[in-house]
Write a protein that binds this ligand. Structure first.
Ligand SMILES: Cc1cc2nc3c(=O)[nH]c(=O)nc-3n(C[C@H](O)[C@H](O)[C@H](O)COP(=O)(O)O)c2cc1C
Length: 175
């Protein structure tokens, strides 16, 4: 890994496409990014941590480091994908009750570019609190790639069928 390379944090939440996050890592590597994967605690059950560590050359982080242990390289940009209903709502309200949320909350305050690609069904998406979260994050300058140009919410129970068409690539394009 070269010292001049920029680092993108890929924050993975506990939704169907999480197991395919290696696709996004390949795309990011092709564009010259170093990648640091950060998983929410719930996302750990969805991903192959060993495979992602081999792919990125970095430990997958899901907890705060112990005092005195080395920091991860600073993020030049952050992609949250797939982003859950839960994490989007918490982030919009400044809740930082896990490491991933802590990192993203702070990055928004530091004006580090953050882009969010949700994976939510129409039932979640239609909820008023979720719509408020999208508006709140966009008003802070955080793109949420949902709608005709981004992720199109699916019917409840049909997420597995749409996993292969999850548009990972649009996150990098929007950074
Ligand atoms: C098999 C499975 C699939 C799930 N798929 C989704 C999903 O597509 N989108 C979503 O927002 N939540 C989904 N959930 C619910 C989230 O995993 C749950 O809300 C969790 O608390 C989210 O944690 P996180 O936001 O910290 O990653 C799923 C849960 C399970 C067990």
């Amino acid at each position: 890994m070269s010292a001049e390379k920029k680092t993108v944090y890929v924050v993975v939440c506990a939704a169907g496409p999480a197991g395919d996050v290696g696709k996004l890592i390949d795309m990011a590597h092709e564009r010259g990014w170093d990648v640091q994967v950060i998983a929410t605690p719930s996302a750990l059950a969805f991903i192959d941590t060993d495979a992602l560590e081999k792919q990125t050359g970095r430990s997958v982080r899901s907890e705060h480091r112990a005092p005195g242990s080395p920091r991860s390289p600073k993020a030049d940009a952050i992609i949250v994908a797939p982003a859950t209903f839960n994490t989007i709502n918490k982030l919009a309200n400044g809740i930082a009750d896990n490491y991933a949320l802590d990192v993203v909350n702070e990055a928004i305050g530091l004006d580090i570019p953050v882009v969010i690609l949700p994976f939510t069904n129409v039932a979640y998406t239609n909820r008023t609190p979720f719509q408020r979260s999208i508006d709140a994050l966009r008003s802070e300058g955080v793109p949420i790639l949902i709608g005709p140009e981004g992720f199109e919410p699916h019917d409840p129970g049909s997420g597995a069928a749409t996993r292969d068409t999850f548009p990972w690539h649009i996150t990098l394009a929007s950074l």
